[in-house]
Design a protein around this ligand. Structure first.
Ligand code: DLL
Length: 441
């Protein structure tokens, strides 16, 4: 078999026509799959049955997609209360894989997959990589962490299914990452955006110009990042960077991705997930196109069917047609999590909004950390920013300029603390953007 024939066969392994399905067909498919999911959850998960019984709803009450609004939400608390396997809809013996996310407090969130779930996940991740511009035969450098985190293995299985040559490097040992990028000639790099920045910086320090290497596409996600960060990474690495979204509770990476054509919003795979956006306070749906909390229902998962999972992620959905021809609605960049939102003297602000204002300023690096403190009864915010290598870090005028910029654009007052180059911690996975010193130990 020649290479072209084998590429076509591999590309057909996942159903490309599903990505351009007319919206009416997509809705009909969603409805029939949603009914199955509700029956599966109600019949097999006692916690779900008890909750729905208490709310007076049963799977047969769903006649149209809009009826989903009658069903209770699922939250992190449901996962904690049923730790570790209580939300599984299949006997544990049918679960071939577990993943977990550590979270900041309490017990980890545990998720499980049947073999069919793993196949689905691999298909969706393969679809994401292809959508981003990846092709069978590409070398794919996977710097997402392997292990209980879904990033490493999720991307790995999808890339193999697509027919890529996967370099399962995981996070860390950053100099070696640079060497492998040089030696193996990856066309695609996958990492959190903050770790990609770390790799770019280490390469610069090693005297390696990544822009001259074969790497062309960055598939970045797992944490909020701004368009300004995108442009910075694209310039440093000489790539086109696309956004990849997902969460363990729903499946892991592969829920939504930007297409390499438009790179403007992430196609959410509506043949496998139902997306809603709600007002996190009233819990009512927002007006189409307005920002709110993303709520997701899985339509085809076996081991862990999720109904109306409240992600806490703040975003907007757009129905506007995309230049790539895919019909699946786009999730606009996730600006942050509801629980990462800082309220500083009454003003709501996300770390990614601050990031967007810092990147590209002269003599400033893209490394920052936000420190929250209590100043009497009021919260105060200090933004620690690293200067570019060689730039002075005692420039009071610069601090005033930056805090003025933040005040005028976001309406929030803050103190700027310039740090010497290399002083702030570097990310190897998800960056810690906020140091909250207000909490009691
Ligand atoms: O972060 C899955 C993933 C791995 C996605 C690799 C993309 C790439 P969790 O560890 O469960 O799963 O964390 C999920 O991370 O609810 C968001 O708050 C955040 N997140 C994930 N992707 C993005 C993104 C993985 N592209 C949580 N933009 C989610 C902003 C993101 N936030």
């Amino acid at each position: 078999m020649n290479h072209q024939a084998s590429s076509d066969t591999l590309a057909d392994m996942f159903d490309r026509s599903a990505e351009t399905m007319p919206r009416a067909d997509l809705a009909a498919l969603q409805l029939s799959r949603l009914k199955q999911t509700l029956h599966n959850a109600y019949a097999n998960v006692p916690h779900v049955r008890a909750k729905w019984d208490a709310a007076g709803v049963r799977p047969e009450h769903l006649k149209s997609l809009a009826d989903i609004a009658r069903f209770p939400f699922t939250t992190k608390a449901d996962m904690r209360d049923t730790y570790p396997f209580g939300l599984f809809a299949v006997p544990r013996e049918q679960v071939v894989r577990l993943h977990a996310s550590s979270g900041t407090t309490g017990k980890a969130t545990v998720v499980g997959y049947t073999q069919n779930d793993i196949d689905l996940w691999s298909n969706l991740m393969a679809r994401c990589i292809a959508c981003a511009g990846g092709r069978p035969g590409d070398v794919l450098h996977n710097a997402y962490g392997y292990g209980l985190f879904t990033g490493g293995l999720g991307v790995h299985y999808g890339a193999e299914l697509l027919g890529c040559t996967v370099v399962p490097v995981s996070g860390g040992l950053t100099e070696r990452q640079v060497t492998l990028l040089q030696d193996f000639g990856a066309r695609i790099i996958c990492a959190t955006p903050s770790y990609a920045l770390n790799i770019a910086e280490v390469a610069e320090a090693m005297g390696v110009d990544v822009r001259k290497l074969p790497v062309q596409i960055g598939i970045f996600g797992a944490e909020p990042w701004s368009n300004e960060m995108r442009h910075d990474l694209e310039a440093r690495l000489g790539i086109a960077a696309v956004d990849l979204y997902g969460l363990s509770e729903i499946i892991g990476p592969g829920v939504a991705v930007e297409c390499g054509v438009a790179r403007n919003g992430l196609h959410g795979w509506e043949d496998h997930f139902l997306f809603e956006v709600i007002d996190p306070k009233t819990l009512e749906p927002v007006k189409p196109g307005d920002a709110g909390e993303l709520v997701m229902t899985t339509l085809t998962k076996e081991a862990l069917p999720m109904v109306r999972y409240r992600s806490r992620d703040i975003t907007r959905l757009t129905d506007e047609p995309c230049a790539c021809g895919r019909t699946h609605r786009r999730i606009l960049r996730v600006t942050g999590r509801d629980d990462d939102m800082m309220i500083i003297r009454g003003v709501n602000v996300y770390p990614s909004q601050i990031e967007a204002l810092l990147i590209g300023l002269p003599d400033i690096s893209p490394h920052y950390q936000i420190v929250l403190m209590r100043d009497g009864a009021l919260d105060s915010m200090t933004v620690e920013i690293e200067v570019a290598p060689g730039a002075p870090h005692d420039d009071a005028q610069k601090c005033t300029d930056i805090s003025g910029r933040i005040k005028s654009r976001l309406g929030v007052s803050c103190t700027i603390a310039l740090k010497a180059s290399g002083e702030l911690p570097r990310s190897q996975g998800k960056a810690v953007r906020v140091k909250d010193l207000r909490k009691k130990p």
